[in-house]
Design a protein around this ligand. Structure first.
Ligand code: NDP
Length: 413
């Protein structure tokens, strides 16, 4: 399988495009398509500027509205793409997936589908949209890998590795995501403010005692002592992978914890309490209608503009507890990424880097056949070792902290 069509031209797509270009000997022709073609052109220019196209080959850009299934099918056929990496806004998942099912191309995304008018839908999240197409994928023999970013994505593979190799029974999986970086601006979101805020305005869902449990955002706080970034405050948050891991692994607790500074929470709380994070249109006194969330987005820094001055590191991993050979144990499987190093390599900060690189690793495993499973799968349903091995090669090494200390796992893959 070869030739990749990347859909979207935002922060994550920038990383995906650079990494695909660096591996075009495996992936073949690279096509970038988005609503705004100028953004695709800028990505193409930065790939050439950094000399990231490994072997001379096709690197083309296209204008596409991916909500238009027919247009998406036509572009898949025209580009002869056999792998589509969807890193556009989360509203286009279902139309892109449908285009893949109808053309036979493999599908990869990094986040669950969202309805633009519904904030924080209730679980089962994958069951609301994607999994309804599982049968159609299998019938068409289409490989569809869901949530192949970092979280969801790599953290699902860490959980699978823990379940398969480090435990006989699992008690809990706590996914911890800390960005200890600094962008130097008063307030900014690290990716699209709309997507970012939507994650935190609704209720928080977690899997506790094998049941869905609800809390308010910023209600449950926990400090962790983490490698490299030190002691960090996190809050329990809802996240895609809680749903799939709770279904696919036999584990009573799955929780997701995201690091937030007090400053972020203060600004967020003010915006939210004023009604400025609402996705419902309001009328101005001149009769004009505006969506408050869109206004906030327009005045905040463009997340892509943060990358050049971003410093510091991210630490994302799975703290897994359970039993092995009758004994209790605890392992933390994680990655640390550096904002500045990511920018120097591909022109993006580490959050986009950690999200984009895994999607390319998944594409490479489809190209080599190792993950070309001809059906729909979440990452934890696929063999974790080949994935972690490719990630190591692409710049996201896996580390582990357990009773034997803290070390890189890479040499064992
Ligand atoms: P951006 O907002 O920076 O980029 C989204 C891109 O999608 C833009 O280029 C936008 O178009 C394009 N787009 C939107 N609608 C359409 C459409 N109808 N047709 C074609 N293109 C469209 O987002 P990010 O790069 O930050 O994130 C991309 C995805 O990655 C999101 O789904 C996000 O949730 C996910 N993500 C996953 C992570 C993980 O670890 N799993 C972490 C971070 C993000 P235009 O060119 O007009 O602007």
């Amino acid at each position: 399988k070869k030739n990749v069509l990347i859909i979207g031209a935002g922060g994550v797509a920038q990383v995906v495009a650079h990494k695909c270009a660096q591996n075009n000997d495996v992936l073949g022709d690279i096509h970038i398509a988005s609503r705004t073609v100028a953004k695709c052109e800028a990505i193409r220019a930065s790939i050439h500027e950094k000399g990231n196209l490994k072997t001379p080959g096709v690197l083309e850009v296209h204008q596409l509205d991916a909500l238009d299934i027919e247009a998406t099918k036509e572009l898949i056929r025209k580009t002869k793409a056999s792998i589509v990496i969807n890193v556009g806004a989360p509203f286009i998942n279902m139309s892109v997936l449908q285009a893949c099912i109808e053309t036979g191309a493999a599908y990869i995304d990094t986040a669950i589908h969202e309805d633009p008018l519904k904030i924080c839908e209730t679980p089962p999240w994958y069951g609301n949209y994607e999994w309804k197409r599982a049968e159609a994928c299998e019938k068409a023999g289409v490989t569809a890998i869901l949530g192949a970013g970092f979280d969801p994505g790599v953290v699902n593979a860490y959980a699978a590795l823990a379940a398969q190799e480090y435990f006989d029974t699992l008690d809990s999986i706590d996914i911890i995501d800390v960005n200890a970086g600094n962008h130097g601006r008063y307030f900014a979101t690290n990716f699209d403010p709309e997507t970012n805020f939507r994650e935190f305005t609704g209720r928080v869902w977690s899997w506790q005692n094998r049941q869905w449990t609800q809390n308010q955002m910023f209600e449950i706080r926990k400090e962790w002592d983490l490698p490299v970034v030190g002691t960090r405050t996190t809050y329990m948050t809802g996240h895609d992978e809680i749903h799939s891991l709770s279904k696919n692994l036999d584990v009573p607790f799955v929780r997701f914890w995201m690091g937030f500074s007090d400053h972020y929470i203060n600004v967020f709380t003010v915006l939210k309490n004023l009604g400025l994070l609402s996705e419902q249109p309001i009328k101005l006194d001149n009769g004009q209608e505006v969506v408050p969330l869109k206004v906030v987005k327009a005045v905040l820094p463009d997340p892509a503009s943060l990358a050049p001055n971003y410093t510091g590191k991210t630490c994302i991993g799975d703290l897994v507890k359970g039993k092995k050979d009758g004994k209790e144990r605890e392992v933390f499987i994680y990655n640390v990424a550096d904002h500045k190093e990511a920018f120097e390599e591909v022109g993006s900060q580490a959050i986009s880097y950690t999200a984009g690189v895994p999607a390319v690793a998944a594409a490479m495993l489809i190209a080599t056949g190792e993950w070309d499973v001809k059906k729909m799968a979440n990452v934890e349903e696929l063999p974790p070792r080949p994935f972690l091995k490719v990630l190591d090669k692409l710049g996201l090494p896996t580390r582990i902290r357990d009773e034997q200390g803290d070390r890189e796992l890479s040499s064992t893959f």
